[in-house]
Write a protein that binds this ligand. Structure first.
Ligand SMILES: NC(=O)c1ccc[n+]([C@@H]2O[C@H](COP(=O)([O-])OP(=O)(O)OC[C@H]3O[C@@H](n4cnc5c(N)ncnc54)[C@H](O)[C@@H]3O)[C@@H](O)[C@H]2O)c1
Ligand SMILES: *C1O[C@H](CO)[C@@H](O)[C@H](O)[C@H]1NC(C)=O
Ligand SMILES: *[C@@H]1O[C@H](CO)[C@@H](O)[C@H](O)[C@H]1NC(C)=O
Length: 435
């Protein structure tokens, strides 16, 4: 590490040496001390060694943070490539060729199935990390397999794997949904957010920029980028510079990174700010999901309220509406304009809110669940902790409406009814081990 510091100190030497007090910096003394040729050679080797160590660490670790740091994936081979090709086969006359990252996830599964069923070629990618019950991810994988979608098991940070996939299939689109989600988990495992939402996104963009032809990319940002904003409804052009969680900060970083890759390499990029997505095959870490579980088990559920008994509300958006928005974003995406790492002209850069435009207080969500489950909830009212959750979200969706034809049609009652029906059949049909 001291080599790094040494170099940055050398960079900091001003061009007018008289103004620079050398005595103040111990590193400059060391520089003088080490200035013999032998010493320089020695430090060169140390430095080279460090570079090699970093290089190997970054190429061999394809570890799926959350918890299992040692896992690596095997991929490749003729049978594997054949499965990739079959999964990516287009059946509709003007079908797209889409790589879906995070395909074993909640939104990824629904989007993959919808693309496949309308005749697009679809290939999934997911690292099946254990942030939540992996058996649910496996069950979604089985569901997709039945409809002909193959999910590659691998990490979006694995550039060799991504490059290989683009060699086998000339994807026209990437639907990038792989991410570390969750607001509170960011305090437990901050590096998983950096790994998947920042480093992983950059890997995806690096490979897309080098692909020939470059694909258009649609990716999931989040309503959480609106952070502590109080002006509602949230509009795309509102400020997004006061995130309330590391999760939100990494999604905001993603939007800036998207701008850069669009600007330099001509990648067509569309960010979708999802607002609290719910529905069948949903995420067990989200309130509507674990409220359902805990109500059925007779456990008390925490209902947060803001200061002065303020209501906490969410703009809950049903999964089918989100899927329509994702497909419309793919269908309206213009081609990327770069090749060989250079852009030919400016490319499309978009960001849209995908919400439902009707925030519902969390206590109403619980009342709806009570009615659907026919069980009274044990409510325990608690202060909203200041660790990432914001008091309310509310989307202005007029630009998605105008440019994507996005129009949510499912209200919370109807959507939760579908969720509860799924939940009961998934966990109760000989399956009491709901997690
Ligand atoms: N569900 C929501 O309410 C909501 C709201 C706003 C934004 N989003 C965003 O939408 C996207 C999809 O969310 P979701 O609810 O389906 O979450 P999810 O956790 O169910 O799906 C994400 C999937 O990505 C995979 N993944 C994570 N890191 C990976 C990596 N490094 N390499 C490969 N795969 C990796 C996970 O295994 C998981 O299956 C995410 O980007 C999320 O941040 C979701
Ligand atoms: C039921 O849940 C368990 C554990 O969550 C899981 O292993 C299994 O795949 C599920 N079974 C079905 C039929 O969905
Ligand atoms: C949503 O934003 C548009 C501008 O894009 C504005 O005209 C409209 O009034 C907003 N809607 C609401 C409900 O604030």
């Amino acid at each position: 590490m001291s080599q790094m510091k040494l170099i940055s100190h050398i960079d900091n030497i001003p061009s007018t040496p008289g103004k620079f007090k050398m005595e103040k910096s111990p590193y400059i003394h060391r520089l003088r001390f080490h200035s013999s040729l032998a010493k320089l050679t020695f430090w060169s080797f140390v430095f080279l060694g460090l570079i090699l160590v970093f290089f190997f660490r970054s190429t061999t670790s394809s570890s799926p943070i959350p918890s299992d740091l040692s896992r690596t994936y095997s991929w490749g081979g003729l049978a594997w490539e054949k499965r990739v090709r079959v999964s990516a086969r287009i059946r509709a006359s003007n079908g797209l060729l889409v790589l879906v990252t995070g395909a074993a996830g909640f939104v990824g599964t629904h989007v993959s199935a919808a693309l496949k069923s309308r005749g697009d070629g679809v290939l999934g990618l997911d690292n099946f990390n254990d942030y939540y019950d992996t058996s649910l991810k496996r069950a979604r994988q089985a569901l997709l397999e039945r409809s002909g979608v193959f999910i590659i098991e691998g990490d979006i940070n694995d550039i060799a794997l991504l490059t290989k996939l683009f060699e086998v299939v000339p994807f026209t689109h990437v639907m990038h949904l792989a991410a570390q989600a969750g607001v509170r988990y960011a305090m437990e495992n901050p590096s998983s957010y950096v790994h998947s939402n920042i480093a992983g996104f950059v890997s995806v963009l690096e490979v897309c920029k080098s692909a020939n032809p470059q694909p258009a990319i649609v990716w999931a940002s989040s309503s959480s980028v609106y952070g502590l904003n109080t002006k509602v409804p949230f509009l795309e052009k509102d400020r997004t510079d006061q995130p309330a969680s590391l999760y939100a900060a990494t999604k905001k970083a993603g939007e800036e990174i998207a701008h850069t890759y669009n600007h330099i390499y001509g990648l067509s990029l569309t960010g979708l700010r999802f607002f609290t997505v719910y529905g069948p095959w949903g995420r067990p870490d989200m309130a509507y999901f674990f409220f359902t579980r805990d109500i059925l088990r007779g456990k008390s559920i925490p209902i947060f309220e803001a200061a002065d008994h303020g209501t906490v509300a969410r703009d809950f958006t049903y999964i089918d509406d989100i899927v329509k928005g994702c497909l419309a974003a793919l269908d309206t995406a213009e081609k990327s304009t770069g090749s060989g790492g250079k852009k030919k002209r400016s490319a499309q850069l978009r960001v849209y809110n995908l919400g439902n435009t009707s925030p519902v207080p969390v206590s109403n969500l619980v009342s709806i669940l009570e009615r659907l489950l026919k069980v009274k909830a044990k409510r325990s009212i608690m202060k909203l902790p200041r660790n990432g959750d914001v008091q309310f979200t509310h989307a202005n969706i007029s630009s998605a409406q105008r440019e994507l034809g996005y129009k949510p049609t499912t209200d919370l009652q109807t959507g939760l009814k579908n969720f509860v029906r799924w939940y009961l059949s998934y966990y109760d049909s000989g399956n009491k081990s709901a997690q």
